[in-house]
Design a binder for this molecule. Structure first.
Ligand code: ADP
Length: 260
């Protein structure tokens, strides 16, 4: 079998479920050895066992500096190098009007989605510097990082923050041969998103929201993983610093004068 990622070692965080699991599956399917990182270590190990290449599961809380250093060490210990990072682990947050949003909830979301992504990005750059070679990073952003909602302040603020990480890291990494991009999913009914929908009494009704997008449907985790894989691959050799939406066209609709 020859694939785009033969002989490459990839780390995917938040890979026990949803988008991360789909990404790990896609990268392994194209030849990569994958380090499946998740706060749920048993589930990470189970995902790794199911992959077609030699892969390992590692338990880590990406918001912990110690844990991030530990998953990098585990990856290097097993495979000797890391070529690709998909920094995907994240939490969604609750639908809460701004006056009711607690500091605890705000900090919880920022700790994983911003500090966690920063720690993963820093670890990637430190590792690539040691390897003296090129590397690629893709971050899971969100269309919530490109738009505003009335009741999703913590999550959308965190995802706007992720864009800043990508832009700065791309400028720093470019001369070193390190590309950094993001995939920004729209409506993708993963476990996490579905749980948010049921806990808000149907307010986050994904099917009706998705039916208003240009492609008239929700996306799948595999469709997001395909974009992440493209951004990590040599097919995207001239692409860096980009936030690539995979959202069925949701972000280009003019809501002031909808075209139907
Ligand atoms: P989505 O794929 O839509 O982002 P999921 O809930 O399906 O959402 O997947 C998110 C993954 O991230 C889960 O497997 C979850 O366990 C993992 N995760 C959440 N918080 C952390 C964290 N702090 N460290 C590592 N993994 C995390």
């Amino acid at each position: 079998m020859s694939g785009r990622f033969d002989g490459r070692v990839a780390v995917v965080t938040g890979a026990a479920n949803g988008l991360g699991r789909a990404s790990a599956t896609r990268l392994a399917g194209e030849g990569a050895n994958v380090v499946v990182v998740d706060i749920d270590g048993d589930a990470a190990a189970a995902v790794a066992r199911g992959l077609p290449t030699e892969s390992i599961g590692v338990r880590a809380d990406v918001s912990s500096e110690t844990d991030v250093d530990a998953y990098v060490a585990a990856a290097v210990d097993r495979f000797g190098r890391i070529d690709l990072h998909h920094l995907n682990a994240g939490v969604f947050g609750t639908f809460t009007p701004i006056p009711d949003l607690t500091v605890e909830e705000f900090d919880r979301v920022m700790a994983v989605n911003v500090r966690g992504q920063f720690l993963g990005l820093r670890a990637a750059f430190r590792r690539y510097a040691v390897q003296q070679s090129t590397g690629a990073v893709v971050v899971t952003a969100s269309i919530a990082g490109l738009t505003g909602s009335a009741d999703l302040l913590a999550y959308q603020t965190s995802k706007h923050g992720v864009n800043g990480l990508v832009h700065g890291a791309a400028v720093y990494g470019g001369p070193l041969g390190i590309r950094v991009n993001a995939v920004a999913p729209g409506i993708v009914p993963t476990e996490l998103f579905a749980a948010a929908a049921t806990t808000t009494g149907g307010k986050n009704d994904m099917e009706s929201r998705a039916s208003t997008t240009p492609l008239r449907r929700a996306g799948t985790a595999d469709e997001i993983a395909a974009v992440a894989a493209f951004l990590l691959s040599d097919d995207a050799a001239y692409v860096t610093g980009q936030i690539v939406s995979a959202d069925g066209g949701a972000t280009v609709v003019n809501t002031v004068r909808p075209s139907g």
